[in-house]
Design a binder for this molecule. Structure first.
Ligand code: HAM
Length: 444
């Protein structure tokens, strides 16, 4: 039955081999954010539906078409989170994080769910690394958040990337802009898609974000927000650019960026690439000064971004950027008898306590098959526990790279093995010179 053996459309499995790469990418992003003072937050996978209606906005594509919304068994409407910001803001209010020193800086890696038409780089379940900075209204905060995004791309050596920024103003200047859009789109109302006809009076800016070819063609000639910014918003935007210039972060101003979520004010930005076809935005965000208040908190300026992990992985692949391979198996302990296998289990347990990756036989392979298996796993060292070794209380540990063997006592096996493996690692690092850990430690 295919339904049992096929993951739902738009979702995917991450198999061994790939998972260690994603773990490396995600932890690098969180650690880079930590250098900027961001601390990780984890919020639930689903929230009350109302949270997204109010934050993302009930005229957006996400809320109107893409949310996984259902009634739970208690009859409450809940929604799998389509993005990370709303939950972070809700948690910021719920836990009184506004009482802490501002700015409060939160980072996260989270799954997100949108019922979209799946294609490369566009999934129904995807993952976002994101940051949210609360309590800083200054252009410096916008620029700092953007520079974090840039630093992440630079760390991995991504080349095909442009930063595009825009300002979509505050509710004050937006009012005049909405009026201008309303009169522009009203003249073309009969050509707009059904959804956009509904948006015309409620939120004409959303028409700018419509994916239908006719609406986007009409939108491409619409008035631009930059012509309607109030003095404060214009000054804010100019200062953001000044900070970016000072940090030597290249950007272009793209007045057509409006973002697909309603909560933004002033600065919006996208890191876009030419390497991923239609799904060109890898990382996107902006300022959302009104959202915390909208959700019931005190007025709190905020800004942040989210970066799609799957798109990021595709981008690394497109640019042939290598990631560190999986950790190798350090040691394989082969055994030749039930007694030897019990000893192998004990030694493996001791040595794993030292943080060493160690395997022994749990499927009753012959010695020959065990050694073949050890070879396939790429184990760096092997040791065989035969009757003679058990009797003598000693065994030879073989370094597979050059076949060299060192005899060590089984009583202090873990300690002895650590000495050999560290010695080999340092010797390789040192250009092949022999290394004696005890004399090294003795000389310290
Ligand atoms: P967003 O632009 O909707 O913004 O999504 C951010 C990123 O998530 C996109 O640039 C993309 O890399 C990834 N993404 C979005 N949808 C999909 C999908 N269907 N499949 C794969 N990847 C996808 C937000 O979500 C805002 N919360 C960002 C933000 C944080 N703004 C302020 N703080």
């Amino acid at each position: 039955m295919p339904i049992l053996t096929k993951a739902p459309r738009g979702t995917g499995d991450v198999l061994p081999g790939e998972s260690s790469k994603i773990r490396f990418v995600e932890s690098t992003m969180l650690e880079t954010a930590e250098c900027f003072g961001f601390k990780e937050i984890r919020t639930p996978g689903f929230e009350h539906t109302e949270l997204f209606n109010r934050s993302v906005g009930d005229t957006t594509d996400i809320v109107q078409k893409e949310m996984y919304t259902f009634n739970d068994k208690g009859g409450r409407s809940v929604t799998l989170k389509p993005e990370g910001t709303a939950g972070a803001v809700r948690a910021f209010i719920e836990h009184g994080l506004f009482n802490e020193q501002m700015p409060v800086k939160l980072s996260y890696v989270t799954p997100a769910y949108r019922y979209e038409k799946p294609q490369s780089g566009r999934l129904r379940e995807f993952h976002q690394f994101g940051v949210e900075c609360f309590g800083a209204a200054t252009p410096a905060a916008d620029a700092e958040v953007i520079s974090l995004g840039k630093q992440i791309f630079d760390f991995f050596g991504v080349k095909d990337l442009r930063l595009e920024i825009n300002s979509i103003g505050c509710p004050e200047c937006r009012k005049k802009y909405q009026d201008a859009l309303k009169s522009y789109f009203s003249e073309k109302e009969d050509k707009l898609c059904g959804t956009c006809k509904g948006r015309l009076n409620r939120n004409p800016m959303r028409i700018l974000d419509c994916k239908s070819p006719i609406c986007s063609e009409i939108a491409s000639h619409a008035p631009v927000i930059l012509d309607y910014l109030c003095d404060e918003c214009r000054e804010h935007f100019e200062l953001v650019q000044k900070y970016l210039n000072a940090m030597e972060i290249e950007f272009t101003v793209n007045p057509s960026i409006v973002r697909g979520l309603d909560y933004y004010t002033r600065t919006v930005f996208e890191f876009v690439t030419g390497s991923l076809g239609a799904q060109s935005a890898v990382c996107a965000g902006g300022r959302y000064d009104g959202l915390t208040e909208e959700l019931g908190g005190n007025p709190t300026p905020a800004c942040g971004f989210a970066l799609g992990i799957e798109r990021f992985m595709l981008l690394l692949q497109a640019e042939n950027i290598e990631l560190p391979p999986e950790n190798p198996i350090d040691l394989y302990i082969a055994s030749m008898s039930p007694e030897g296998n019990i000893l192998a289990a004990k030694l493996a347990s001791d040595i794993r306590n030292e943080g060493v990756t160690c395997l022994f036989d749990t499927v009753n392979r012959s010695l020959k098959a065990q050694m073949k298996f050890a070879g396939k796993t790429g184990a760096l060292f092997t040791v065989v526990l035969g009757d003679d070794e058990i009797k003598a209380g000693k065994a030879k540990v073989k370094y597979m790279a050059d076949g060299s063997e060192t005899e060590i006592g089984l009583d202090d096996f873990a300690e002895n093995f650590m000495q050999i493996s560290i010695g080999k690692a340092v010797a390789e690092f040192d250009g092949g010179n022999d290394f004696d850990l005890s004399s090294f430690l003795g000389n310290m």
